[in-house]
Write a protein that binds this ligand. Structure first.
Ligand SMILES: NC(=O)C1=CN([C@@H]2O[C@H](COP(=O)(O)OP(=O)(O)OC[C@H]3O[C@@H](n4cnc5c(N)ncnc54)[C@H](OP(=O)(O)O)[C@@H]3O)[C@@H](O)[C@H]2O)C=CC1
Ligand SMILES: N[C@@H](CC=O)C(=O)O
Length: 317
């Protein structure tokens, strides 16, 4: 496999790190080499674990016909959308962690991937390191889904935990940014938009319907005050930012809001950067996924798992 990686920030660096450090073990497992042919960012970056063939122009990766699989880790829906269309349209596989892109342009991109018989995988787009996209599509598919609910944003959950410990909102956000959890524009995190993207992607996977994003009611944690959090604590409760999706009488509802969680609930103990996703299936009952929802290593693990899924499916021209 000849791979191009575009975007060498938090997640991109993590992906190159895992591919380098685990190279021998992964190649032995899959019987094939992953050749990181070219990497791209706006500025060249040096990594302690290895050297890579660098370009600061993503078009060089798109134009390189040797590259059969591209990992897009820029984020957003500008250049990332152009890359996605070009890669899938030219019969190459795409791996990304870009929930914004899927929640906005998913339908077009899935159709393009199908038309060109290539793979488009995005395990890391929802809940960072937790495998939940693949289990929802593969392990749980016999179910009719009733409800999905989850803590889906590591930044907000981390901030809420730190604020409960006494940190200010601004300090908690700066801390989350420093740890690489937040989006390039952290408004996406604190205003609940990122959670909206993720629950929308999960709802699409469960019910096949991608909601018009602007129709989703979203409230973030940015309106919660120190007093709200202290009052909840005094009452033995915690605020958690939840994404919810359910279908009632044929109508899909997707929404995001901070909710007060009682100490008897499992989500009460999901603290820091951890996420949790509850999926109610008609045959399984409630299945719960829990793990690190953001950060370099956990997220890169999910991206690398997708690269190997492409490799295992041998889907490239
Ligand atoms: N961080 C996390 O924990 C998680 C992130 N994700 C998703 O992963 C993706 C990447 O996130 P993350 O690594 O955190 O983001 P970063 O902002 O850390 O990295 C993005 C990188 O892309 C670079 N970039 C911007 N424009 C271009 C361009 N035109 N060509 C090449 N490189 C460019 C940026 O450079 P510059 O900084 O100079 O603009 C930056 O180095 C996003 O879709 C995000 O939502 C998903 C799960 C978890
Ligand atoms: N900013 C996001 C990153 C992972 O998706 C988050 O904090 O959850």
């Amino acid at each position: 496999m000849k791979l191009g990686v575009i975007g060498l920030g938090t997640v991109g660096e993590g992906v190159l790190k895992i591919l380098t450090l685990e190279k021998d073990r992964l190649e032995a497992m899959f019987g094939e080499k992953i050749n990181v042919t070219k990497v791209c960012d706006l500025e060249e970056r040096n990594f302690p674990f290895g050297k890579f063939n660098f370009t600061n122009n993503y078009k060089e990766i798109l134009a390189d016909e040797e590259i059969n699989t591209v990992v897009e880790l820029i984020g957003g829906v500008g250049i990332a959308f152009e890359i996605a269309k070009e890669i899938l349209g030219s019969g190459r596989n795409l791996v990304c962690a870009n929930k914004h892109l899927i929640a906005t342009h998913g339908k077009e991109l899935f159709a393009l991937a199908e038309k060109n018989n290539v793979k488009f995988f995005f395990e890391a787009a929802v809940a960072g390191g937790i495998p939940v996209v693949t289990p929802l599509k593969e392990g749980l598919f016999p179910n009719r889904f009733e409800r999905i609910r989850g803590i889906l944003n590591g930044t907000c959950n981390y901030m809420l935990s730190k604020m409960e410990e006494g940190m200010s909102y601004d300090e908690a956000l700066a801390d989350a940014q420093e740890k690489g959890y937040a989006e390039a524009d952290p408004t996406f995190d604190v205003a609940g938009i990122d959670t909206g993207h993720k629950i929308s992607v999960l709802a699409y996977l469960a019910w096949g319907e991608l909601k018009e994003f602007s129709s989703i009611p979203i409230t973030g944690i940015d309106k919660l005050t120190k007093e709200d959090i202290e009052k909840a604590k005094a009452e033995g409760k915690r605020y958690k930012l939840l994404g919810e999706a359910f279908k009632e009488e044929g109508k899909l509802t997707v929404r995001v809001s901070p909710q007060l969680i009682e100490s008897s609930e499992l989500l009460y103990d999901v603290g820091g950067v951890y996420n949790a996703v509850e999926i109610d299936g008609s045959y399984t009952g409630k299945t719960i996924f829990f793990g690190e929802g953001a950060g370099m290593d956990a997220t890169a693990s999910a991206v690398v798992s997708d690269i190997y899924k492409v490799l295992a499916s041998r889907s490239w021209n």
